[in-house]
Design a protein around this ligand. Structure first.
Ligand code: KG4
Ligand code: ZN
Length: 362
């Protein structure tokens, strides 16, 4: 099946042409054309993403990226050889989502192809189905089927949730953040340390400098909600703790910033790994795979702490996306569309699609 996929839920405009066939637990995915434009530089000056500005940029970028993607794939723009068009319907910024949906609907009419709505979070989950030897370099993963049920820890700038993936198309949210998403907290703490948006990866780099310099820190930040007894997260208190610590310490030298970044990362990662452990313990042997996806799954500290935690669960498989699929992209939207139409062929009939900023699982 050939799928043209479009992603515009936040500040990345992405268009991909994929060819996917085979079983859902080990599909054969070929990326025929793939383009992405990040608006990070534009939003950097505001310290966050402005929805109406993002929408205008998506509208400007989409026709350009479409032409580039089709050209890369050697497809005819007047009448490309595709089966479906997939577009992110939510969750995300509604004006930004509408830019993609309106564009997809027009293409659907022009080429007489069905347009299939995709849940962005399902996209993050199924991003792990793509394994390319050159990128993952992991023969073990490539030859492995994805075994379900799985527990998915989804960590991004907009979301932080633990999802029970009972089967393809069957999801249950077990816990989520009650306030800030973990990526958002990383970005806000980074900003307090004078790092530009999105500061998550930059903060993480500072933290690793501190770890390289000294064995342990002489202060700690509280790991939020670690003992709350449920599977929810909260990161706004941790952000405030950074603010107070910076104010009270009356220091802003480089070494102090590195230590603060490390204390923040340690606390945030401990909360994520701790709740994931609790969820796995609650679910027992039922769970076959742990999936960790979303922008913050690029965080090496998180992956190494989860790896340590997984020593207590030796039977569990561990899947993370290829590096280029950790942050928002259209490849994962195309893969999630494949999962959706295989499970619900009625989606191939098409129909009206609306943007839903708070969309939960379809
Ligand atoms: O999934 P994503 O691209 O966008 C959303 O759907 O939100 O995630 C972006 C988020 C940003 O907050 C960014 O700072 C964070 O992921 N991020 C990281 C790292 N790489 C990206 N946070 C911590 N450590 C990283 N290495
Ligand atoms: Zn995302």
């Amino acid at each position: 099946m050939k799928i043209l996929s479009i992603e515009t839920s936040c500040d990345e405009t992405a268009v991909t042409l994929l060819e996917i066939d085979g079983p859902l637990d080990k599909p054969d995915i070929k990326v025929l054309g793939n383009t992405l434009l990040s608006q990070v530089a534009l939003h950097e000056q505001y310290g966050g993403v402005y929805p109406t500005l993002a929408k205008r940029e998506h509208q400007k970028n989409l026709p350009v990226l479409l032409s580039q993607t089709l050209k890369e794939a050697g497809a005819d723009e007047a009448n490309p050889d595709i089966d479906i068009i997939a577009v992110t319907a939510g969750p995300g910024l509604e004006p930004a989502l509408w830019a993609g949906i309106t564009f997809a609907a027009k293409l659907g009419k022009r080429w007489d192809k069905p347009v299939v709505p995709v849940n962005h979070m399902e996209g993050h989950i199924w991003s792990v189905l793509y394994t390319e030897p050159k990128i993952s370099n992991d023969e073990f993963l490539i030859s492995k089927k994805l075994e379900l049920p799985a527990l998915a820890l989804l960590v991004s700038g907009g979301h932080t949730e633990l999802v029970l993936v009972k089967d393809f198309g069957h999801y249950q949210i077990l816990g989520r953040t009650l306030d800030d998403a973990v990526g958002e907290a990383f970005d806000k703490a980074a900003r307090m340390l004078g790092l530009s948006y999105p500061g998550g990866p930059k903060l993480s780099k500072l933290a690793s400098i501190s770890r390289g310099k000294k064995g342990s820190l002489d202060f700690k930040l509280p790991s939020p909600m670690l003992h709350s007894g449920d599977l929810n997260f909260s990161f706004s208190g941790l952000k405030t703790a950074v603010l107070y610590k910076l104010r009270d310490a009356k220091r802003d030298d480089e070494e102090f910033k590195e230590d603060m970044a490390r204390a923040f990362e340690d606390a945030a990662v401990a909360a994520l790994a701790g709740k994931t452990r609790t969820a796995l313990e609650n679910l027992g042997d039922e769970i076959k795979t742990l999936i960790v996806a979303g922008g913050v799954s690029a965080n090496t500290r998180l992956i190494s702490e989860l790896g340590k935690m997984l020593q207590s669960f030796p039977a569990l498989a561990f899947r993370t996306p290829a590096r280029m699929l950790t942050t928002d992209n259209a490849v994962m939207i195309g893969i999630a569309a494949y999962v959706s139409v295989v499970k619900r062929p009625e989606l191939l009939k098409g129909g009206e699609i609306s943007a839903e900023g708070n969309l939960t699982y379809l």
